[in-house]
Write a protein of this length. Structure first.
Length: 318
């Protein structure tokens, strides 16, 4: 038995696998450094230009610990010719492939109705505000609050309008709603996996989601607002870059007169466009579409006002 105990003591433990990997990595780097140093010494001995050799050594040392030694910073011309500068238009004047838009409002103003109207119209090839024809897109709505009756009350009249207006291209499959009326926390692995499943299966061009407070953006005991927001935004960024969609988020406002989203200022800083819906003081049918932050991008086509409409839900005033 003592022999087996002795053998076990000399067998590497899986608990120390990280340390063993670091030992292997250091040994590999050490061999590469010695090889490069010997090569440099040989080049100098053979009469090589010491400045050229020094540059080569500097480039080598910059690559230690990294598999990539190619410079990634770009000139302005390279940026202009890059794929990112030609990102795909999702809704003309409103969204490109990697855009993030957040809309805030007091409860009952109509932000949930507005976000769904934007998605439903665009999915059926109608620009939500200009009413011009556009390339139809695939839209996934993640509704973490509304009961089915409320959703249908909003969507039925718009569905009939879209079928009548653009019946030749109308396609139910392009617009899907994933209901989680009890809320989800996308920072939770199970809920995040379910959300990713819906995105992976539908492959949307635009994801409309909210409200934020029912999707895990609120802080947990012992957690700061910044920590909560940081983890929440990381999930959205990971999904956006993996599946290449634009994001339209609905959020409630902070307390008081401010119209920025509830929670950390990280959320305000994160989006390209921050919309704030305010009811007109004199006309209950009119909504003012303002900003809770300056637009990061120019030449956007968001309207200045929205007027409630029984067929289209909202009529835009630019």
């Amino acid at each position: 038995m003592s022999i087996f105990i002795a053998l076990q003591a000399n067998v590497p433990s899986i608990a120390n696998v990280r340390e063993y990997c670091q030992i292997v990595e250091r040994a590999s780097v050490a061999r590469n450094v010695m090889r490069a140093a010997q090569q440099a010494l040989g080049d100098i001995t053979d009469g090589g230009d010491p400045f050229v050799v020094a540059d080569e050594m500097n480039r080598f040392t910059l690559g230690i610990g990294s598999k990539d030694v190619v410079q990634r910073a770009m000139t302005v011309e390279e940026m202009m010719n890059s794929e990112e500068s030609l990102s795909r238009t999702i809704i003309p004047g409103l969204f490109k492939e990697d855009y993030r838009v957040i809309v805030t409002a007091r409860s009952g103003i109509g932000k949930s109705t507005m976000t769904k109207m934007v998605g439903f119209c665009a999915a059926q090839g109608i620009h939500p505000f200009t009413r011009r024809e556009m390339t139809p897109i695939r839209v996934l709505v993640v509704d973490a609050e509304n009961p089915m009756e409320n959703l249908l009350q909003v969507m039925r009249p718009l569905r009939l309008t879209l079928m009548t207006r653009n019946g030749g291209v109308y396609n139910e499959d392009r617009f899907r709603v994933w209901r989680k009326p009890g809320g989800i926390s996308i920072r939770n692995r199970r809920d995040r996996t379910e959300l990713q499943r819906e995105i992976a299966l539908h492959r949307p061009d635009l994801v409309v989601a909210g409200p934020a407070y029912k999707m895990g953006v609120t802080r947990q005991p012992g957690e700061s607002w910044e920590e909560a927001a940081s983890g929440w935004l990381e999930v959205w960024d990971s999904l956006r870059t993996t599946y290449s969609f634009a994001l339209f988020l609905e959020a409630h406002t902070s307390k008081g007169e401010a119209m920025d989203p509830q929670g950390s200022s990280y959320i305000t800083q994160w989006c390209e466009t921050g919309l704030a819906m305010n009811a007109d003081k004199d006309d209950p049918m009119t909504i003012h579409l303002e900003r809770f932050r300056g637009d990061r991008l120019q030449e956007l086509g968001w309207p200045k006002k929205l007027i409630r409409d029984k067929d289209w839900l909202f009529e835009a005033v630019h």
